[in-house]
Design a protein around this ligand. Structure first.
Ligand code: FAD
Ligand code: UDP
Length: 385
């Protein structure tokens, strides 16, 4: 095997985007290695063996973006369906629309508030916190939607997801979730959304489909028995590393904390288990956070009418051997991260990118957008060094 011009560690959307840019814009030879046995990182999906239904192996992935450059870019590799994501939540055995909107509010209070009446009622329920901008999630939640709705839909769900008292979590986590005083219950606010028409894997594989791109699976950067390992390559070849930053430095400054999820797959004997793709479970008395029924992501497909597949999602802190999914981002984590970043800046001929390499929660469009910026601003220099 001849040596590539660029080695990319990790075939997730960040690595694939940079590989595609390097091959097409710079005409260089790229090798991507991934320790998993497939490309695509966490966005990978596969057909469920029993039903043929496309299942997102690492948790439900919904594509959405308002970034025109990213939208144009992803459409080079796939078309998107017109799927619009909607979520419902089960609280004490009753199902409500999420995110919290006028429908949720009126159903919860058995009322028929107009938008103005609902705003006034909720400001009153938020009490002294109304309109304030608290830093912890608990107070932020109460200030946004008042105590009764916060306690029903946010408090216990968030507690299950983070295993941390919401008083100790940053407010930013729920700022992602809109509150609407209309009946609009679309989950995302973005200009574009949809699911890849032929599935995630077809999209992701197409990104790597280039004569200058070679993909080596089941190949770990830290495995000394494979030729493109860190000790052999460091300083010798330009490298983009998209694995966990703390792992790269052998956890020298301690472990950055992550949450992971466990998915429990089941095949209930029905053609439709819950009538929608995602049902959240708001109460602490139910141990899982949500149930995904992937057939509903593709109503346009010809899936079996008498069989389905569901995934129950459980959330917990990750150990080293688990898949790191969501950065916990405690004050301690942020301090170590700054020091890891300094170390990363000093690494010879190596750039760090992606969700794991930068210890940042990135949606797919953010990972792609950030890889495109890296290709614009840093790739030429990396290849020259
Ligand atoms: P990853 O996809 O994690 O890819 C990193 C790759 O590096 C992996 O394939 C890994 O195997 C490989 N790797 C790591 N270490 C090594 C090593 N030592 N040697 C070789 N290879 C290595 N985004 C959305 O836009 N919408 C959603 O609905 C959404 N839902 C999500 C749900 C879950 C449960 C999770 C975890 C993420 C979700 N995301 C969603 C985010 C999305 O998965 C990320 O934006 C995307 O994965 C980022 O790509 P990446 O390349 O940075 O990282
Ligand atoms: N959230 C909640 N109840 C819900 C849905 C979301 O309390 O029914 C809160 C929770 O704190 C969560 C955050 O809103 O972490 C962001 O929700 P999102 O659905 O974006 O979480 P993700 O899909 O990333 O797990």
């Amino acid at each position: 095997m001849s040596s590539p011009d660029l080695l990319i560690v990790g075939s997730g959307l960040f690595g694939l985007t940079l590989a595609e840019r390097a091959a097409n814009e710079h005409g260089v030879k790229v090798t991507i290695i991934d320790k998993r046995s497939h490309v695509g990182g966490n966005a990978y999906s596969e057909a469920d063996e029993a039903t043929g239904i496309e299942v997102h192996k690492y948790g439900a992935h919904l594509f959405h973006t308002s970034n025109e450059r990213v939208w144009e870019y992803v459409n080079r590799f796939t078309t998107f369906t017109d799927y619009v994501h909607k979520v419902y939540t089960n609280h004490k055995g009753v199902v409500y629309p999420m995110p919290i909107n006028l429908g949720t509010i009126n159903q919860f209070f058995g009322a028929s508030y107009s938008p103005d009446e609902a705003r006034a009622a909720i400001a009153e329920m938020a009490g002294e916190l109304a309109g304030s901008d608290p830093e912890n999630l608990n107070d932020k939640g109460i200030s946004l939607i008042g105590r009764p709705l916060y306690e029903a839909f946010i408090k216990e769900y968030t507690g299950k997801q983070w295993q941390t008292d919401p008083k100790d979590l940053p407010a930013g986590i729920i700022s992602r979730l809109p509150v609407r005083y209309t009946y609009d219950n679309r989950y995302f606010n973005d200009t574009h959304e949809g699911l890849p028409t032929q599935g995630y894997t077809a999209w992701l594989e197409r990104m790597a489909d280039h004569p200058n791109i070679e993909v080596l699976l089941d190949t770990d950067y830290f495995d000394a028995s494979q030729p493109l390992n860190k000790d052999a390559v460091r300083g010798q070849l330009p490298v983009l590393y998209t694995g966990p930053v703390d792992r790269y430095f052998d956890y020298e400054l301690g472990d950055l904390k992550w949450r992971t999820i466990d998915l429990e797959t089941e095949h209930p004997e029905t053609g439709d288990f819950q009538g929608t793709s995602v049902m959240n479970y708001a109460d602490a008395s139910v141990p899982f956070t949500r149930i995904i029924e992937p057939r509903h992501f593709h109503p346009e497909r010809d899936y079996p009418k008498d069989a389905t597949v569901i995934q129950r999602e459980y959330s917990r802190f990750a150990e080293r051997e688990d898949e790191p999914y969501y950065p916990v981002n405690s004050t301690e984590d942020r301090e170590s991260l700054l020091r890891y970043r300094e170390m990363a800046d000093g690494e010879p001929r190596t750039l760090f990118g992606g969700r794991l390499g930068t210890y940042q929660y990135l949606d797919m469009h953010m990972a792609i957008g950030s890889a495109l910026s890296m290709a614009d601003n840093k790739l030429a220099d990396l290849l020259r060094r």
